[in-house]
Design a protein around this ligand. Sequence first.
Ligand code: GRF
Length: 201
Amino acid sequence: MNEPLRIAVLASHGGSNLQALIDACAAGQIDGRIVLVVSNNRKAFALERARNHHIDTLVISESGFPGAAAYAAELLRQLQMRGTQLICLAGYMKMIPQQIIAAYRNKIINIHPALLPKYGGPGMYGIHVHEAVLAAGEAETGVTIHVVDEVYDNGRILAQRRVPVLPGDTPQVLQERVLASEHELYPETVARIAAGQIRLE
Ligand code: GRF
């Protein structure tokens, strides 16, 4: 039997997707263990969610280091010393340092609240995504899980789920509907990675 997949989650805010991953590991849906939760924001509720489940946390940002390379080296050290095998971004608002993308090539995944390649790229985060979807008069939107590479919202798409846009939707209402779908698709996709059904090569 394989050891459970060792997962680090990077989150900047509420961490509802982190919670979905924690719950799926606890329930055995994911054959994995969250070994570290990283945030750039010490007030992120994601950190509290991690502590509630006795998961190691790390608050780290570039401003605390003499330069970008020192910051990246420390983040990498923290990931590697826990044997991290998969990095899940879940509402992480900082760029991932190049050194870490290189060290974890094809092992970093992100969740995006739209059907990429539509509504991705710089500035397309949070409520802005849903505002843009509504402004364009789309009949549907969705969720994308993709591999992280050097280009924002660009890497190989691993899974997508469609979500309808309904008459009268506000950006907030649409965001909630998409988020509910995120909470299903992220654990399902990580479970498939942990089971070897999706290969990250
Ligand atoms: C989600 O909509 C996710 O798709 C995006 O950031 C949001 C994070 O929400 N990348 P939460 O912190 O997981 O609640």
